[in-house]
Design a protein around this ligand. Structure first.
Ligand code: UD1
Ligand code: MG
Length: 469
């Protein structure tokens, strides 16, 4: 960028058309608030400082973006986009030498490259203001861009204030503007709420600058998608879909196999290495990382997970805040809860739940288990139906299972308890005492066999019946 520019993001509006109690810019697209998308574009374009105008649910918006180095300005009441910029005046006039970018907070598809291109054109043309536009087949409720014969922008007119002829114009105002602060300041105070909504329109600044003899230019982006302003939940869903598709397309371009882009959701801060395979209906959220050769899905949801090279997360798994190392196999139908660690080549099978549990290298828990607060050594085998009783209604207690131990099916391990290395625990045992390394532990009622019992019982019944007759 030629020189440093600053930004004001407008995020105070009520978002009436959302019909929702939540502030519009806090509604999420691709797992983060809409404002987060705009903010990232502004920050990656190097804009500094970034001032955010907040109003409706200001506290909630400020709290969601605290500690991000932003300047917050309150607009109370919200009297339109022009009023929002007036309220931010003190913040941006402090840096009057810095070109000002004004960005509507409800345009989440905006790319940083587009901001950079807009700024470059603005600076090299020497205009007083430059606006971003796009041609739409259906310009709907967007502001129409009216041009002079020489291509300069004459005015922006809101759809509801436009004449029939003006409404035919297909070039619309995206809601992203560049201003030279010293030229903006004198006209900013001249805005008047003389329009259908009785609001102060930022868009009227174009006409005011023109009246002063200044030049206003437009940069037309070729991508109609970028222009989508989110005003309703329907538009939010559309923006989310477009963001999801864009994200998945970027991953595929980088060598990730995405079997069904339409049903694959990959959050903004997720990283996926080339040659990983994402099967249909896979959701990767938070700071999840998937390594090369790993395969995830179908129907899997991973939040803040690290998946090692070549690991497999099979159908219908929910995994959170844990690590799965290279070559491990998870699922189908597994639930991995926070702070778990599945070491290389270990296996967590169907209907197995892990919580704060380490499963050692090559260890296996193939079926129907709850393993909580447990540390399980390498190559240990956990039989079907094994349960760690880690909670007595009061405190959580740990279970240790040594390397190479063999825990039979349907074993109840009452924690705190330790099973030594290479020890065996018989099926159906309730284990309340530690088992030394190499020992066999049995904790169950001894089986009793009574030969011929059934026949004896039948004879006794027959006799009883004969007596009654
Ligand atoms: C605005 C533009 C329109 C453009 C469209 C692009 C005006 C008058 N119109 O219309 O030309 O085509 O965006 O999407 O600007 N806001 C405030 N304070 C307020 C009002 C709004 O901060 O008092 C914020 C909103 O939170 C929102 C942004 O400004 O992020 C735009 O407001 P919105 O009401 O959505 O304007 P549009 O009707 O979409
Ligand atoms: Mg809008």
């Amino acid at each position: 960028m030629a020189r440093t520019a600053q930004a004001v993001i407008l995020a105070a509006g009520r978002g009436t058309r959302m019909k929702s109690a939540r502030a519009k810019v806090l509604h999420q697209a691709l797992g983060v608030p809409m404002l987060e998308h705009v903010l990232r574009s502004a920050q990656s374009a190097g804009l500094d400082p970034v001032t955010v105008v907040v109003g409706h649910q200001a506290d909630a918006v400020q709290a969601a973006f605290a500690g991000r180095g932003l300047v917050f300005v309150r607009q109370e009441p919200q009297r339109g986009t022009g009023h929002a910029l007036q309220v931010a005046r003190e913040a941006f006039e402090a840096q009057a030498d810095r070109t000002l970018l004004v960005i509507n907070g409800d345009v989440p598809l905006l790319r940083p490259q587009t901001l950079e291109a807009l700024l470059e054109t603005h600076v090299s043309s020497g205009a007083a203001a430059t606006i971003l536009t796009v041609d739409l087949d259906d310009p709907g409720a967007y502001g129409r861009v009216l041009r002079e014969p020489d291509g300069q922008v004459r005015a922006i007119v809101e759809a509801r204030d436009a004449s029939e002829a003006e409404r035919q114009v297909r070039e619309i105002n995206v809601g992203i503007y560049v201003f030279e602060v010293p030229l903006l300041l004198p006209v900013l105070a001249d805005l008047r709420p003389q329009n259908a909504q009785g609001e102060f329109y930022l868009t009227d600044l174009v006409g005011l600058l023109r009246a002063q003899g200044h030049t206003v230019r437009a940069v037309k982006t070729p991508d109609p998608m970028e222009a989508l302003g989110v005003n309703s939940l329907g538009e939010l869903a559309e923006a989310s879909r477009l963001l999801r598709e864009r994200r998945v397309a970027d991953l595929m371009a980088a060598g990730v196999v995405v079997e069904d882009p339409a049903t694959t959701h990959v959050g903004l801060d997720v990283t996926v290495e080339a040659d990983a395979v994402l099967r249909p209906f896979t959701l990767l959220e938070g700071r999840t990382h998937v390594s090369a050769g790993a395969m995830v899905g179908p129907f899997a949801r991973l939040t803040d997970m690290r998946i090692g090279a070549g690991a497999q997360v099979l159908d219908h798994c929910l995994l959170r805040e844990s690590v799965v190392e290279a070559g491990a196999v998870i699922g189908p139908f597994a639930h991995i809860r926070p702070e778990s660690h599945v070491a290389a080549r270990a296996k967590v099978g169907n209907f197995v739940e892990l919580k704060k549990t380490r499963l050692g290298e090559g260890a296996k828990a193939p079926h129907l288990s709850y393993l909580g607060d447990a540390t399980i050594g390498a190559a240990a085998n956990i039989g079907a139906g094994t349960i760690t009783c880690n909670y007595d209604g009061h405190t959580k207690s740990p279970t240790q299972i040594g390397a190479g131990a063999f825990v039979g099916s349907d074993v109840t391990l009452v924690a705190p308890v330790t099973i030594g290395e290479g020890a065996y625990v018989g099926a159906g045992s309730v284990i309340t005492d530690d088992v030394p390394a190499g020992a066999l532990a049995l904790g169950r009622g001894r089986q009793v066999v009574k030969p011929g019992w059934a026949e004896e019982r039948a004879r006794a019944r027959e006799k009883e019946r004969a007596g009654k007759r």
